[in-house]
Each structure stands twice: as structure tokens, then as C-alpha cells.
Write a protein that binds this ligand. Structure first.
Ligand SMILES: [Zn+2]
Ligand SMILES: [Zn+2]
Length: 347
């Protein structure tokens, strides 16, 4: 059996003929296995969706009750038989509920990792290494220049700035699903105990994280709080709102943006970001290459925009590697507006 007999790249996404399903399809299909709730992976309109309970719940929050014909929840480590294959979900460490999908038949194992990071995150289960023959990896930050560094050091920068400017508000642009909650959790980990404020677009998802037991401390809507009370505070908001009228309710705001793209100074300038914070929910170059090696896979398929360098690197390691030309993943990345999530933060 060859890897292509197990999984097949199609324009709609990776397809498993033997199992009768697609993984993270970009078009409506009969049966979809969804790795996580970001909008480029989790789309509405499929017949049946198999995903973790968290991913199903997040899809319901975003798209409404009828986001799929039928749903089936699967736990991490649980194996289901679909047609002629066995499917197991493993934590991907990307956002709450995110999973890698392992597909097995005839002694061959393929892992579609969706988006992942091999870095600690207080808001989701840690990435689990799954040995496999074929590894499908993202390449959002698939260039050697991307080294994300220590997220705690970035949060320390933010808190130093808050201490330095007690009369100004700090507005932190962050994507509504995953990044915002992780930034809040990191701020708490650093010992900051005052209320943290939210843009309304982040409320539902943030409440859902709290409902699933993620401790975020006191989180309140910025709406209705007076301008003077917002001096010296921290507010999380969708990145696009940093430049909108909405931000004028804040006293002399310091604009911050938490993203792996903040490693690139031009991006920070383009977004008029005063305080860039390099905090990413994707593996950086070191993380991608270390993970590829550690899986032991002899064949690597690469998605998400920056495929070339990672394909080339894999080949220098003696691995078979190819880009997957699936249109629709991380499109917002290319626009420079985000990491996966809807640039407008709509939720
Ligand atoms: Zn994602
Ligand atoms: Zn993605």
C-alpha cells in the first residue's frame, strides 16, 4: 500500500476513499473530519461532521445549530472504524479542541495534523507526537526567519508598557478563537489580576473557554465602561478593530498585536502596531522541522502557503515531500491579516 492509496489530495481537501471521508474539506462533502474550529478548516454545510466535542461546539457557536446534517464527537485517543480504515484523534496543541487525525490501514499510518504547535499553551491539550509513515504538515511559518521565541517574554513586554503608561489604554489585537484566550491566560500566568476587557466579538468564544474550565480570571466587556475607567487597562480585540472608530472610546490607546507575523517589522508597521507581540499558535521553523523528523515519516505533504522551503528542507533530509495545492487554507495569512482566523474576528 502506498500513502496515496490511504489519502488522496483533491481540490476539496485531503480525501480518504477507503474510509469515505475528507479531512478539513474546503467544499461541502458527505462526511468531513475536522481538525479544529478555525474558519479555513471548519466550514459549514457538510453532511456529517466528526470532530472533538470542543470543535463541534465552536462550529455551532460560529455557524448556528444547523452547521452540519449530523455530528459525531470523538475524544482524544479514541479510535473509530470508518469503512476500511481506523481513525484516531490526537491533540495538536493549536487551540481548544484541536486535533491531528491519524488514519490507518494495512499497517500504514498517515497523520493529518491540521494546524499545530509544539509549545506549551495553558488553554489547550499539548501537542502529541504520533509516529507515522505519511505526515501532512502546515507551513504557515515555514521559513527559517520565523522563530517565535518565548511568549512569556512578550507578555512581560506588554505588562511593562502597562505599568509605564498608567493613563493610556492597551488594546491587544488577537484572533477571537484561541489567540485571545491564550493571551489572557498568559497575562494571568504573569500575575496580573485586574479585570481584562474584551471586544464584544470575542465574548461567546471566551465564555466557552471558561465553561470548558480554562481559568481566565475576571473578564469583562469594554462596552459600557467609561473612557476614564479604561486608563491603565488591557483590552483584547479583533486586529481589524484596532484601526476602527471602536478604538476611539479608549484613552490614548497603545495598539498591540499578538501574532507570529509580528516577527516581521513591515507587518507591524502596516498594521500601525505600536507594540508588536510575537505570540503564535503555529509551530515556527524549528518546531516544524523538529516535528517532521520526530514523526519518523518518510513522506511529507505540506499545506498553508509557505510550502516551498519546507518541501525543500524535507528533501534534503532524504524524505519524499510535496506541496498540497489546496486553495482555501490560511488565506487570511497571505492577506497578512491573521493566523487562520477571520480577519474581522466575526464570531
Ligand atoms: Zn488554525
Ligand atoms: Zn490553518
Amino acid at each position: 500500500m502506498r500513502p496515496e492509496d490511504l489519502l488522496l489530495p483533491t481540490p476539496a481537501g485531503v480525501c480518504c476513499k477507503l474510509g469515505g471521508f475528507h479531512i478539513d474539506p474546503t467544499r461541502p462533502v458527505d462526511k468531513a473530519l475536522i481538525t479544529h474550529g478555525h474558519s479555513d478548516h471548519a466550514r459549514a454545510g457538510h453532511g456529517t461532521v466528526l470532530a472533538t466535542q470542543e470543535t463541534l461546539d465552536l462550529m455551532r457557536l460560529r455557524y448556528g445549530e444547523s452547521f452540519a446534517g449530523a455530528v459525531q464527537a470523538i475524544k482524544y485517543g479514541e479510535t473509530v472504524k470508518l469503512g476500511g480504515v481506523k481513525v484516531t484523534f490526537h491533540p495538536a496543541g493549536h487551540v481548544l479542541g484541536s486535533a491531528q487525525v491519524a488514519v490507518e490501514a494495512n499497517g500504514l499510518r498517515a497523520v493529518a495534523s491540521g494546524d499545530y504547535k509544539n509549545v506549551a499553551d495553558p488553554t489547550c491539550a499539548p501537542f502529541e507526537l504520533v509516529p507515522c509513515d505519511l505526515f501532512i504538515t502546515e507551513a504557515t511559518f515555514g521559513l527559517p526567519v520565523f522563530r517565535h521565541g518565548d511568549p512569556d517574554a512578550e507578555i512581560a513586554k506588554l505588562l511593562r508598557s502597562v505599568a509605564l503608561f498608567p493613563d493610556r489604554a492597551h488594546l491587544v489585537g488577537a484572533y477571537s478563537l484561541g489567540k485571545a484566550q491564550r493571551v489572557i491566560a498568559l497575562i494571568r500566568k504573569a500575575g496580573y489580576e485586574r479585570p481584562i476587557y474584551l471586544h464584544g466579538a470575542m465574548q461567546k468564544i471566551t465564555h466557552y473557554y471558561q465553561y470548558r474550565g480554562i481559568d481566565l480570571g475576571r473578564v469583562e466587556l469594554a462596552r459600557g465602561v467609561s473612557k476614564s475607567e479604561l486608563a491603565g487597562t488591557i483590552t483584547l480585540c479583533p486586529p481589524s478593530t484596532l484601526k476602527e472608530v471602536w478604538s476611539r472610546r479608549f484613552p490614548d490607546p497603545v495598539t498591540c498585536f499578538a501574532s507570529g507575523w509580528m516577527r516581521v517589522r513591515a507587518r507591524a508597521r502596516q498594521h500601525l502596531v505600536e507594540l508588536p507581540l510575537v505570540v503564535s499558535d503555529h509551530a515556527d521553523w524549528g518546531g516544524l522541522t523538529a516535528t517532521i523528523t520526530a514523526t519518523g515519516a518518510s513522506e511529507i505533504w505540506v499545506t498553508h502557503g509557505q510550502e516551498d522551503a519546507l518541501v525543500h528542507w524535507s528533501m534534503t533530509q532524504g524524505l519524499r515531500a510535496r506541496p498540497l495545492d489546496i486553495v482555501g487554507y490560511g488565506d487570511e495569512d497571505k492577506a497578512g491579516d491573521g493566523e487562520d482566523d477571520q480577519p474581522d474576528g466575526a464570531a
